[in-house]
Ligand binder design. Structure first.
Ligand code: FAD
Ligand code: NAD
Length: 472
């Protein structure tokens, strides 16, 4: 039996980062991963690199260029006759980006001397992991002083719209369309629905999002969510709130979807339907019961603040445990667990996880929303600043959006930052840094921001908390 200090099960952003950090800390490390690419080759990277963050952003960028070419660049005096989209080339580029990055992780594993076992990892008593090779391949058993479970998540399926991989698909299918659907339906106006809906809408699809809830982007600040809803609707996304899907039927030429909306029955006809109603933690194949790992009612592995499970020596991280299902949260948990195992002080501040929706304009936030502060009875002050008053945004022709800062009324400490606008995904990093260092809104107001940049919106919003924004 091969013996390791640490065996990691799963090589998504939680598992591969944990494995690399363990190896950096001198721990003899193995990682078990069962994922195969569409050609059947074993690959690292999990959901994020193969069918999540990376391919979706590659397609978002491609479709954004195409959209700009047709809608933004003429105002800059740039026009291209007969602009067209080659979906096969766009998909080939996306696949290459994915391949480069997943191979990069294999390279990092080699460099850090991490042993990659290609198969399914199953928990066994006495801190052992059985690696089941696919098909009739022989299984082998590894022993470990510590086990890190990083088995991730999978799309939630709903009985009213079962995926068939053809007409009704999940994120994986929606990232791999070989042509632009004329009419695209999406169940769920959450992050995946909005991002992938944007991709195909920019390329010419008529996109309808059927969202069960009456509110849009429930986790976001209301003011920001309202601005985003108005903007996305104006872009042509038909976002129908309070739409409860009751059934679907696949026919020769598409999918018929029935739903109730505002008390009325409705029927929609789509060429393709994407189901994007959230994700569930994965533990199938893992056999958590064999070692007595406790799962919560949502099937997530129960852990404490340091990602320790109910079983001594076994940790769990990433989408497999509670918390936002985000790659950066998963990776930070991986780093913290590795450092804890190596005897270092480990710390994860879950209150400072940034959220980003990569639409255009982007939505990004960190910390509390105004609604949360009101609900908890915290007195606060608000500062807002619109993109249209930024020289840089004007120059770029990207003037839609705003920044909103929330500061504690008594201490002035920054409690939340909410952005709807171009480059919000990059701008939010300043807010996270400021909040990590317990900055006040006055601190941000007194820091010099380069001109002309979009980051001036944060500076001006901080000044606005105190009623002294310069350009408004
Ligand atoms: P995963 O990435 O799911 O990896 C788990 C790995 O474990 C998989 O490779 C799986 O094969 C393996 N595994 C499971 N069970 C076993 C077993 N028994 N034996 C061996 N291997 C096993 N997050 C962001 O932060 N930013 C984004 O822009 C973003 N975009 C996304 C877009 C889409 C379309 C989707 C679907 C998700 C997106 N996410 C994004 C979420 C992000 O992908 C996840 O939060 C992240 O991948 C979680 O990492 P993980 O390592 O916990 O799980
Ligand atoms: P989500 O939770 O973001 O959105 C799902 C939406 O579907 C919600 O608005 C929910 O109310 C709605 N819904 C649920 N059941 C429904 C039903 N039966 N009918 C109609 N609507 C229904 O989930 P997602 O978009 O599937 O994405 C899954 C997770 O992946 C996200 O929570 C996020 O953690 C991660 N992700 C992150 C990013 C990013 O960081 N940019 C991008 C994509 C995915």
């Amino acid at each position: 039996m091969k013996a390791f200090d640490v065996v990691v099960i799963g090589a998504g952003p939680a598992g591969y980062v944990a494995a690399i950090r363990c190896a950096q800390l001198g721990l003899r490390t193995a990682c078990v991963e069962r994922w195969r690419d569409p050609g059947g080759k074993p690959v690292l990277g999990g959901t994020c690199l193969n069918v999540g963050c990376i391919p979706s952003k590659a397609l978002l960028d491609s479709s954004h260029h195409y959209h700009n070419l047709r809608h933004l660049l003429p105002a800059h005096g740039i026009s291209v006759k007969d602009a067209s989209i080659d979906v096969a080339a766009m998909q080939a580029r996306k696949d290459k980006v994915v391949r480069t990055l997943t191979r990069g992780i294999a390279g990092l594993f080699r460099k850090n001397r991490i042993q990659w076992f290609q198969g399914e990892g199953r928990l066994c008593p006495d801190r052992q992991v059985e690696v089941a090779a696919p098909g009739d391949g022989e299984s082998e058993t590894l022993s470990a002083r510590h086990i890190i479970v990083a088995t991730g998540s999978a799309p939630i399926e709903i009985p009213v719209a079962r995926t068939d991989g053809e007409r009704i698909v999940d994120n994986e299918g929606a990232l791999a369309f070989t042509e632009v659907p004329r009419r695209l339906g999406i169940i769920g106006a959450g992050v995946i629905g909005l991002e992938l809906g944007s991709v195909w809408s920019r390329l010419g699809a008529e996109v309808t999002l059927l969202e069960a809830l009456d509110d849009f982007l429930v986790a976001a600040d209301r003011e920001i969510a309202d601005a985003a809803l108005a903007s996305f609707s104006a872009q042509g996304l038909d976002i129908r709130l309070g739409a409860r899907v009751t059934g679907s039927r696949v026919g020769a030429d598409g999918v018929e979807v029935t739903c109730t909306e505002g008390g009325e029955d409705r029927t929609f006809h789509f060429d393709r339907l994407v189901v994007a109603v959230g994700r569930r933690a994965v533990s199938d194949g893992l056999r958590p019961e064999a070692v007595g790992l406790r799962l919560d009612s949502a099937g997530r592995i129960e852990v404490d603040a340091l990602c320790r499970t109910s079983v001594d020596g076994i940790y769990a991280i990433g989408d497999a445990v509670a918390g936002p299902m985000l790659a950066h949260k998963a990776s930070e948990e991986g780093v913290a667990v590795a450092e804890h195992i190596a005897g270092q002080a480990a710390h994860i501040d879950h209150s400072l996880v940034p959220f980003v929706v990569y639409t255009h304009p982007e939505v990004a936030w960190v910390g509390k929303t105004q609604g949360e502060l009101e609900a908890q009875g915290t007195a606060f002050r608000v500062g807002t600043f619109p993109y249209m008053a930024l020289g840089r945004a004007r120059g770029a022709g990207d003037t839609e959006g705003m920044v909103k800062l929330l500061g504690d009324a008594a201490s002035d400490r920054l409690l939340g930052v909410h952005i709807f606008g171009a480059q919000a995904s990059e701008l939010i990093a300043e807010a996270v840094t400021a909040m990590a260092f317990h900055a006040s809104t006055e601190d941000l107001a007194r820091i010099i921001h380069a001109h002309p940049t979009l980051s001036e919106s944060l500076h001006e919003a901080a000044l606005a908390v105190d009623g002294r924004a310069i350009h408004m």
